[in-house]
Structures are given as structure tokens and as C-alpha cells.
Design a protein around this ligand. Structure first.
Ligand code: AMP
Ligand code: ZN
Length: 500
């Protein structure tokens, strides 16, 4: 089955084919955070959805070239730094750093580039100059430059607006505005005293770029004039993405984006989670309450991206239970297959990037379970669960459908384990399917903050335990404690917690 995505532009499911004639390279642009505050988990719903998209495309063999921008100059960042009386770069650095830490916690794969808007002001000015030459941009009495909407009849097509009633001469200064207030939008905002020392020289005097031209310029500079997929939350459709299309297409004369994908909002009691509504949790708020990165990731990723996701603590508890179920199943399979997998492997995703053939031979050579032909015979049924998981994702990232195949596999193999009918080979291949699925879900336990020295000791201790060297195992437990960590043996394997 081909991969299909819902394209906001056409409002239809479309087969996905990248522009690359070799069909391999995918150019993906995703609107990133405005770094004036810690991102909230509504923002992270968007980034986790984009991560799911990237990981699935990679699982299907595409090379994804992803760019995610950082909006580090706009009305909000300027206001923030002025309130604190610090320089813009100093103000935004704190939130940039926090953002990178947070995407690590949520196992979001890093983009190829994270351009900051302030590094691309020259490219923005250049685009505006081209628009001015073409008579599309004009300088108004307030010295700011505006995009003349009447020059771009396609405006409104993405958001499916009927713009028969464009009111010529109406202008909007702010980056965000309601559909009723559509008018010529700002490309370049002339400096005024509210901007303090935030300003750049331009052919039109000192000022700063509008938010929309930032993304057009960074996308074009890093990915070229034609992009395969452009993502964001649904609130980005209008006016931000509509404006990006107008600016980019008027400059380059090319179709800017082929597939537009937008995720529905994370909601709290029927309202969009947002900073302005004050109904938000940052990732840090939830970590402080004892939830882990992988639990929050799971809760965000497992509702199909086009459906609103209602945020609740019950939802997080359900994520915790689902992950425990997967962990217990994984441990049962390992025990059954007689795999004394060392802790480093347990915590890693070595197998995740391999195709079934590679993984099978890797596991065979490493753990010498069964012979190849014997393995194939009784494992095709197990591998099929993995195939169905990825087929479901081909259908517009239908993650809930995909998960039902995973949990069917869990149930079937648990039943066979209970009945004593699961073969060693089946256990190994079920583990392999689990690891393939892990390449999408990011299931491995949270070990980001555990020092390597501690992990190494725990690994040695696992080997000692497997060899029933109990005194050595106790000694290693003490050595771990000396480094400030407590190791507890549980059904799902060793658990590490920092000593109080
Ligand atoms: P911002 O920092 O406001 O520019 O938003 C960054 C990204 O988060 C954009 O793609 C938004 O569409 C997205 N976003 C903001 N709030 C939510 C929400 N409650 N649910 C899902 N996505 C959101
Ligand atoms: Zn953007």
C-alpha cells in the first residue's frame, strides 16, 4: 500500500511521492517554537506528530531532510526581553536551551537544521526586495512594508477562505489576526521605541522582519524553493502558512509546498491549550509531578494527529500502564528466549534501525538461538504483526490502528507463553518486531540522566547475576550506591533511581 497523507490544501488523502526523481529525499519544513517562554505540551503535540511523520518516512526508506526554525524575534520575544531589561539574544538563549533539552526528553529526533530567525535577516530583506521590485510589496506611511494581497489571487486557498470581499488598502501590522480582519500583511516592521535596541538596517530604514517572512526565508534558504511537506498545528494554517505561500510563490514562481499537514490541538476542558488562555502545562511541570518523558511522549503520540487530543492525567496513567504492559511482555520474551541481553543493549535501540533480515542474522549470530531456516518457518506470522503496524501508519499515520496490531501481538505471544507453545525463535522475532516498532514509539526507559559509569556497573552486575555470582552482584550494587544511585531488580529488569 502506498503511503497516503491528508493534504490540508486539497482536503483529500493523497498518495505521497517526493519531488526527488529518485523518490528518496524528502524535504520537510516544520514551524518551530517562539522562544519567549518554555514550550507547553500543546506545542509538543505538534512536534511529536512531526517526529512520528519523520520516523515513519524513515522506516519506509526515505531520507528526511527536516528543518525546524526557532522564532527568536517577533512581537512576543521583544516584549519579553524589554520587560526584563536584557538583550534579545540573552533572553531567547534560555528558552532555546530549554527547548533542546525538552525535545531530548521527549525523544524527538533532531532536525538537520534549527535555523534561528535572527541569523537569516539578510535573506528576508532580499525576499522583500524582490517582492518590492515586482510591485507586490509596498512601503506605507508608517514606513513598514506590506504584502499587497490583491496581487496574489490564490490567497486563502489553503484555509479555504472565500475572499471575494477583499477590502483594498486595509492593512494589518500584527503577525496574528482574525479572518474578518484580512488585509495587506506586514513583511517588514519599521522600528519604533517599543522595539528598544532590537533593529536591523534595511533599504527601508531600521526595523525587523514580520513573522511570516521569517519562515519563507529560512525554508527557501535551507531547502530550496520547493518543499515536499510543511507541517504545523492547525492554528498555523491561517494566517501564517497562507502568508508563507503568498510570499514564497511570488518570489520564486514555484509551487512552495506539495503536501500541507497540520495536527489538531491539544485541548484542556474543551479549550485549546495555550499560553494566552493560561491553561497550559510545560513539559517541566509534568516531569516535576513524576511523569517521565516516554510516558508523556506516548500520551501525545498515540492519538491520531488529526483528532483533537484531550489532555488528562487519566490519559497519562493509561500511557504508563500501556508502557508497563509492553515492558513486562518484553521481559517475558527475553527470559523465554534465554537471552541474557546486557543492560547496554536493553537500553539501546541497536536493532531498531535494522531491517528484518539484518536483525535476524544479528540476533542469530549474537545469541545463537536457532538456525535460519527453522526461524523463518515459525516466525512469518509474528513478522506480519510488524508489517501491519507500519501499513497502518501508511494510512495517514493511523497510530491507533498501528497500536492495535502491537497489542494483538502482545496478547497472542503472551497467550502462547502461558500455554508453553512459543518457540525460542518466535520470541526472538517478537523482540525484533518490538524493536522495529520502538523506532517509531521511542519506548526505551528514561536513562538520559544516568551517568555512563553507573550504567556500566549495572551492566556488570547483570552479568554477575546471570552467572549467579551473588557476592559480586552485591559488591556492584554497593559501587552503584557510592555513585549516588539505587538499583532495584524488578520484573521488567533493573530500575535505577537517584539516592535521596
Ligand atoms: P508557537 O510557539 O505558538 O509559534 O507554536 C509552535 C507550534 O505549536 C505551532 O506549530 C503551533 O501550531 C503548535 N501549537 C500551539 N498550541 C498548540 C496546541 N494546543 N495543540 C497543538 N499544537 C499547538
Ligand atoms: Zn513558520
Amino acid at each position: 500500500m502506498p503511503t497516503r497523507f491528508f493534504n490540508t490544501y486539497s482536503r483529500e488523502l493523497e498518495e505521497f511521492h517526493p519531488l526527488d526523481p529518485a523518490g528518496k529525499r524528502v524535504k520537510l519544513y516544520t514551524c518551530g517554537p517562539t522562544v519567549y517562554n518554555f514550550a507547553h505540551i500543546g506545542n509538543f503535540r505538534a512536534y511529536v506528530f512531526e517526529d512520528l511523520l519523520q520516523r515513519h518516512l524513515e522506516a519506509r526508506g526515505f531520507d528526511v531532510e527536516r528543518v525546524m526554525n526557532l522564532t527568536d524575534v517577533d512581537d512576543k520575544t521583544i516584549k519579553g526581553c524589554r520587560q526584563l531589561g536584557v538583550r534579545l539574544a540573552e533572553f531567547t538563549k534560555k528558552f532555546k536551551d530549554a527547548f533542546f533539552e525538552d525535545i531530548g526528553t521527549l525523544r524527538i529526533k533532531r532536525a538537520k537544521d534549527f535555523p534561528a530567525a535572527t541569523d537569516y535577516v539578510a535573506q528576508m530583506i532580499e525576499m522583500i526586495r524582490v517582492l518590492e521590485k515586482k510591485g507586490i510589496a509596498y512601503q506605507a506611511e508608517d514606513k513598514s512594508l506590506y504584502f499587497r494581497l490583491s496581487k496574489f489571487p490564490e490567497y486563502g486557498k489553503l484555509a479555504h477562505l472565500n475572499l471575494d470581499e477583499l477590502r483594498p488598502g486595509v492593512r494589518v501590522q500584527s503577525d496574528e489576526y482574525e479572518k474578518e480582519n484580512i488585509g495587506d500583511f506586514a513583511l517588514w516592521k519599521a522600528w519604533d521605541e517599543n522595539d528598544g535596541d532590537v533593529k536591523w538596517d534595511s533599504p527601508w530604514g531600521p526595523g525587523r522582519p514580520g513573522w511570516h517572512i521569517e519562515c519563507s526565508a529560512m525554508a527557501t534558504a535551507l531547502l530550496g524553493p520547493e518543499i515536499d511537506i510543511h507541517c504545523g498545528g492547525v492554528d498555523n494554517i491561517f494566517p501564517h502558512h497562507e502568508a508563507e505561500i503568498a510570499q514564497s510563490e511570488c518570489v520564486t514562481g514555484k509551487k512552495f509546498v506539495r503536501y500541507w499537514m497540520h495536527c489538531a490541538h491539544l485541548m484542556v476542558e474543551g479549550q485549546k491549550m495555550s499560553k494566552s488562555a493560561g491553561n497550559f502545562y510545560t513539559l517541566r511541570d509534568l516531569l516535576e509531578k513524576g511523569w517521565t518523558g516516554r510516558e508523556i511522549r506516548y500520551a501525545l503520540i498515540t492519538v491520531n494527529y488529526r483528532l483533537p487530543l484531550n489532555f488528562t492525567f487519566d490519559g497519562l496513567s493509561a500511557a504508563r500502564s500501556a508502557l508497563q504492559r509492553i515492558d513486562e511482555w518484553t521481559e517475558r520474551l527475553k527470559l523465554h528466549a534465554g537471552l541474557q541481553i546486557p543492560i547496554s543493549e536493553y537500553f539501546s535501540t541497536t536493532l531498531a534501525g535494522m531491517n528484518p533480515k539484518e536483525a535476524t542474522s544479528y540476533l542469530l549470530s549474537k545469541y545463537k538461538v536457532v538456525s535460519g531456516s527453522e526461524l523463518r518457518k515459525d516466525t512469518d506470522g509474528i513478522l506480519a504483526y510488524g508489517e501491519r503496524f507500519f501499513d497502518a501508519l501508511d494510512d495517514d499515520l493511523n497510530i491507533s490502528g498501528a497500536l492495535s496490531h502491537l497489542f494483538n501481538l502482545v496478547r497472542e505471544t503472551n497467550r502462547a507463553l502461558d500455554a508453553g507453545t512459543l518457540t525460542d525463535g518466535q520470541a526472538v522475532i517478537a523482540l525484533h518486531v518490538r524493536n522495529q516498532i520502538d523506532s517509531i514509539l521511542g519506548l526505551s526507559p528514561d536513562i538520559r540522566n544516568i551517568p555512563a559509569a553507573v550504567l556500566a556497573l549495572v551492566e556488570q552486575r547483570q552479568v554477575a547475576r546471570a552467572n549467579k555470582q551473588w557476592a559480586e552482584s552485591d559488591r556492584l550494587r554497593d559501587a552503584v550506591a557510592e555513585l549516588g544511585w539505587v538499583v532495584k531488580d524488578t520484573k521488567e529488569g533493573p530500575k535505577l533511581t537517584p539516592k535521596d
